[in-house]
Design a protein around this ligand. Structure first.
Ligand code: F6R
Length: 254
């Protein structure tokens, strides 16, 4: 079972996640990080930036990218990664990849998989979760073994992401996303969620059946997962008291 850490709020959760990231980078200054975009990881990037570590040799692979936005669009994940992650953390932009950033859409998934492989794989993958249960942009029905490929976003996800655009109509219909198999190949996963809107998706991902109908449940197939959630996002967890108990007593095992 995943380690589940229930925190007061996104700030405290960001500190917990930043601690995990800092440990990976301390062990290997050239560590390969899997980068989620969206609003959830923002407190993690801020907490990591505040530690003032030298992250200039870290390598990064974004989880996903929209298809069909005009080049240079501020809503693209290329631009978002640059603004929210590369600049505040002092990463080297040359060492950070986003799906589809190296040529035509055709073959982009295979090229991205090859790039991750030649970097030696992802050491730690940061994940958010959508209200549909998606991780990356693997919407319900995605194969648990899927690799980086083009997907169609659900209308729910387009509505959820309308806040980054003028309206839901402006959110692209398609994306390139790491697959659930790609995500599961990372050595460690950290899944973050804040707020009541994520409670159902978190309950499904952490305690529901492992099923393509809740893509987040793919984390249950991974041996090294930490789920960091605030009280609201934890509201649907049946074993919440046990997770709190285990976290309180974690140091006793040395
Ligand atoms: C982003 C990503 C998505 C988001 C999810 C939650 O790269 O892959 O799975 O993590 O849609 O988005 P926020 O954090 O904006 O609620």
């Amino acid at each position: 079972m995943a380690e589940v850490v229930i925190v007061r709020d996104a700030e405290e959760g960001g500190e917990v996640a930043a601690g995990l990231l800092a440990r990976v980078v301390a062990a290997d200054p050239e560590a390969v990080l899997g980068l989620a975009t969206g609003s959830t990881p923002l407190t993690t990037w801020a907490a990591l930036a505040a530690r003032g570590l030298d992250l200039s040799r870290v390598r990064g692979f974004a989880l996903d990218e929209y298809v069909g936005l005009p080049p240079g669009s501020p809503q693209s994940y290329r631009a978002t990664v640059q603004r929210d992650i590369v600049e505040p953390l002092g990463l080297d932009p040359e060492r950070v990849r986003v799906p589809g950033d190296d040529g035509p859409l055709e073959g982009a998934g295979e090229r991205y998989e090859a790039a991750i492989r030649s970097a030696g794989g992802v050491d730690l993958q940061v994940l958010g979760i959508g209200t549909t249960g998606h991780i990356g942009f693997n919407e319900p029905g995605s194969s648990l073994a899927s690799r980086t490929r083009v997907k169609t976003l659900t209308e729910q996800t387009r509505r959820d992401n309308a806040r980054f655009f003028g309206s839901a109509d402006e959110v692209p219909r398609h994306c390139l996303t790491q697959g659930l198999g790609t995500i599961r190949d990372a050595r460690r996963l950290v899944l973050l969620a804040w707020g009541a809107g994520k409670a159902e998706a978190i309950a499904g991902a952490v305690e529901g059946a492992v099923t393509a109908s809740c893509p987040g449940s793919a984390i249950q197939l991974h041996p090294e997962v930490t789920v960091v959630v605030d009280e609201q996002a934890a509201a649907g967890l049946r074993y919440a008291d046990y997770y709190r108990h285990a976290w309180r007593h974690r140091h006793e095992l040395g």
